[in-house]
Design a protein around this ligand. Structure first.
Ligand SMILES: Nc1ncnc2c1ncn2[C@@H]1O[C@H](COP(=O)(O)OP(=O)(O)O)[C@@H](O)[C@H]1O
Ligand SMILES: [Mg+2]
Length: 285
């Protein structure tokens, strides 16, 4: 456990926020063939308030794992518990919010109307919905755009709003699938800083999928490096640095060292994944 001035970044906990136990996922094609083994016996505990990144080559099962944690579907075997409750193939809107790569705002509603829908779906009292929406928009510097339509915002602004919508439902857990991938590098670093500040303020548990090594090091308490299909945990890298992370962290020699170490770890897996792409049903030994 690392104790910083502003935050405790626990690495294991007696009461994990998320517990993934021996999760295996096989996507079976029609006709009873064996199908694709996407995840193979993955186990991981994530502590409350922890920021965990999933890093691995395309097709290694990152989205599949997050979707299982979010209750979007049941794994072939194994189980996930969230706050001690078993996730049984149904979403937990009180506990978990998703933030996806694409902005998933309804284009024909204004930003605040989009937020009201999310809050209504979650069961938030009507009298609280606008205050909660505005507070979340404020947190990402977008309060002035509540009455705009999504098409009136830049991609970067839409991603900020998307993040705010994930915040306004006030869940303990945020699951984020490459939320900044559509942005240029500078904007994503700035949004990453905001996310680190948010984490330090709210103590949310965040599981984040990214392809960016720098983003993984900058944001994470732990980086889970996965293997090419079938997805297994290859290793876990600890980043002992309190949140909120300062931009200066990126200039430290250990930042560059960690990023290089991650690339060395991933390199074989990326080559493996490229070979698998040429033969979609093949699974390595
Ligand atoms: N619904 C599905 N049906 C069949 N195969 C799937 C399905 N979803 C994912 N897969 C396969 O499972 C593997 C893992 O996919 P995914 O979780 O999307 O990987 P990642 O997010 O790491 O790129 C890939 O080989 C993918 O083709
Ligand atoms: Mg994916």
């Amino acid at each position: 456990m690392t104790v910083g001035d502003t935050l405790i970044a626990p690495q294991a906990s007696v009461n994990p926020a998320i517990s993934i136990r021996n999760v295996t996922q096989r996507f079976a094609p029609a006709g009873g063939a064996d199908g694709v083994l996407a995840l193979d016996n993955v186990s991981l505990d994530i502590a409350p308030g922890e920021f965990v990144c999933l890093l691995g080559p395309s097709g290694c099962g990152k989205s599949t794992l997050l979707n299982i944690v979010g209750g979007l579907f049941k794994p072939s075997s194994g189980e996930v518990t969230v706050a001690g409750r078993r996730v049984d193939g149904a979403p937990h809107p009180d506990e978990i919010a998703f933030v996806f790569q694409e902005s998933t705002l309804f284009p024909w509603y204004t930003i605040i109307e989009n937020f009201r829908i999310a809050l209504k779906f979650q069961g938030a009292p009507k009298s609280e919905r606008d205050d909660r929406a505005m507070e979340a928009l404020q947190a990402v510097g977008m309060a002035g755009f509540a009455r705009h339509y999504p098409s009136q915002l830049s991609i970067g602004m839409r991603q900020r709003v998307n993040l705010a919508r994930g915040i306004c439902v006030r869940t303990n857990i945020l699951l984020m699938v490459e939320p900044f991938a559509a942005l240029d590098e500078q904007s994503r670093m700035v949004l990453g800083e905001d996310l680190s500040i948010l984490l330090a303020k709210t103590g949310k548990t965040i599981v984040f999928v990214t392809h960016s090594l720098a983003e993984a090091v900058f944001l994470s308490d732990r980086i889970v490096v996965m293997t090419a299909r079938p997805g297994r945990i290859k290793t876990i890298v600890n980043v002992n640095e309190p949140h909120p992370r300062a931009p200066d962290f990126m200039l430290e020699p250990r930042f560059g060292e960690m990023r290089n170490d991650l690339f060395a770890l991933l390199r074989d897996e990326i080559r493996q994944a490229m070979a698998l792409q040429r033969d979609p049903l093949k699974v390595r030994a």
